[in-house]
Design a protein around this ligand. Structure first.
Ligand SMILES: C[S@@+](CC[C@H](N)C(=O)[O-])C[C@H]1O[C@@H](n2cnc3c(N)ncnc32)[C@H](O)[C@@H]1O
Length: 360
């Protein structure tokens, strides 16, 4: 006998359906943001005041009918403001987050990896069955580019002027001439910012992503620096001879299959008075706390399934920490187990990252 339909509280049912379709609305709005960024529409709207679709079409050379529908979607979502006579505008805050790639709050870059992230979803049912995730490079060149564009504005604006001066005597060491490494360097933006600022020092970036390393080489050539080089950590790993006086890891330990092994390597690579700066996603020890304290928890757990945890489980025996899986308590424990004795948390009021200064 088929089960009779459960009786629902109609109001609760409506609320729940709204929640679910709100998520679908978020996906559509995110896709519209991807298109707006890709087509340069936010840059066209920045400082332009309220415009019609015809005016935006003249300015961008794009089809008026398509722009009108995009403007309606963005207005309905509240990303753009709607004015009389179907004019739309981008607020100054919208300019910072969506149009100005040099603003530390710029976030449109994260949307550029959406098709790559969604593209792997088809392959994940298999991962749920086997337990083995996809390597970082499964996201393709656009995945690496999206991470680069997502994280770069903050590095460019704040790493050298604000963060490094608060990390022991690192600035004095780098000015005098030191050997430094960025492990999990991605497209090398942070490393190149440091290399440009400290020409007397030598900088080495290590990563295992072919797409990120290719992009790092392009960025190096464009920056024209000669004191930075990039290494494929799989074939040319961090040398364990204590030659480095400064090592950084930015947003990557939680993505690694063997973060404990990488920590031991960093310990061996650092000079006895060396300094290791860790930046990783601000996480709390329990799921409950992450959900209560982090308004982006749902987005981050989803990103973890699609990218971070998947990468961290991409080899048998992978630790699989994932996006919100590396809270301060665990960072303290794991660094201690890797042979570090000093651990200091430093607050840079970063919207998503915690920072730790760790020493042998
Ligand atoms: C989220 S990205 C961050 C990249 C870069 N630090 C940035 O801030 O733009 C994580 C990076 O860690 C790299 N990674 C993962 N496992 C690694 C390992 N064992 N050794 C070096 N890099 C690794 C990935 O390839 C990826 O480029």
């Amino acid at each position: 006998m088929p089960k009779p339909p459960a009786s629902f509280d109609r109001e609760k049912l409506n609320d729940y359906a709204k929640l679910v379709f709100g998520a679908l609305g978020g996906a559509m709005t995110s896709t519209m943001i991807f298109l707006g960024d890709r087509l340069g529409l936010y840059r066209a709207l920045a400082g332009a005041g309220p415009v019609t679709s015809a005016e935006l079409a003249r300015k961008t050379g794009l089809s008026e009918r398509w722009l009108r529908e995009w403007l309606y979607a963005q207005g309905a979502a509240g990303v753009l403001a709607h004015h009389e006579n179907d004019r739309f505008s981008l607020s100054p805050e919208g300019e910072a987050v969506l149009a100005n790639e040099n603003h530390p709050a710029f976030g449109a870059g994260f949307f550029s990896q959406l098709p790559s992230l969604m593209g792997v979803a088809d392959r994940l049912p298999e991962a749920f069955r086997t337990g083995i995730g996809l390597p970082y490079d499964a996201l393709g060149p656009e995945g690496a580019r999206g991470v680069e564009r997502g994280l770069a504005p903050w590095f460019r604006a704040l790493l050298v002027p604000m963060v490094l001066p608060r990390v022991g005597d690192v600035v004095a060491r780098l000015r005098a001439g030191a050997v430094a490494a960025d492990v999990g360097c991605g497209a090398g933006v942070a490393l190149l910012e440091m290399a440009k600022a400290f020409p007397s020092s030598e900088f080495h970036g290590y990563d295992i992503s072919k797409h990120a390393l290719a992009r790092a080489e392009e960025n190096r050539a464009r920056a024209g620096v000669s004191n930075a080089s990039f290494h494929d950590a799989a074939s040319d790993p961090l040398p364990g001879d204590g030659r480095f006086s400064f090592v950084t890891t930015f947003d990557c330990l939680h993505d690694m299959t063997d973060p404990a092994g990488v920590m031991r390597r960093i310990r061996a690579a650092l000079a006895p008075d060396g300094i290791w700066l860790i930046a990783d996603i601000k996480a709390h020890p329990s799921y409950q706390q992450n959900v209560e304290k982090n308004p982006m928890a749902a987005m981050m757990y989803g990103t973890s399934v699609l990218a971070c945890m998947s990468s961290a489980l991409s080899e048998p025996g992978g630790l699989g920490l994932g996006t919100l899986g590396f809270p301060e308590e665990l960072a303290r424990k794991m660094t201690r187990e890797a042979g570090f004795t000093r651990f200091e948390a430093v607050d840079f009021e970063h919207p998503i990252n915690a920072f730790y200064v760790v020493r042998p």
